[in-house]
Design a protein around this ligand. Sequence first.
Ligand code: THU
Length: 140
Amino acid sequence: MDDELDAATVQALLDAARAARARAYAPYSRFAVGAAVLDDQRRVHAGCNVENAAHPLGLCAEALALGAMVLAGGRRAQALLVLGEGEPLVTPCGGCRQKLREFAADDAPVLVADGRGVRARFTLGQLLPQAFGPGHLGGR
Ligand code: THU
């Protein structure tokens, strides 16, 4: 898995997440986030956060990127990159880790980036150990 994530693919994920972040709708937090997912056909799907005046209804960038993948017919996420600014690094929230688990294996890379580029790299299993997933319900 890891060796399949070559420099050009990482750059494509970065570019997509950066462009998506520029479209974030975050008037309440003013915290713009972009995300990009690589599917099993090597296609890249991006998302940004979309907030709502009813605050709990806001959507994370990762959720929209996964939704874009599903809409395009993708069913497996090979990697995810999330991009935000500031310290600490913008790692995916707990809910988004679980959302990603639906479509990705434990060894799927999760890249964390900011304006300077990729700053940290994890596997989904590191971020969400002992996860509940489709396998518990008879899926993969
Ligand atoms: N946010 C994301 O989109 N992804 C993350 O991984 C962390 C948080 C968004 C949600 C909300 O719109 C804003 O960042 C502040 O929490």
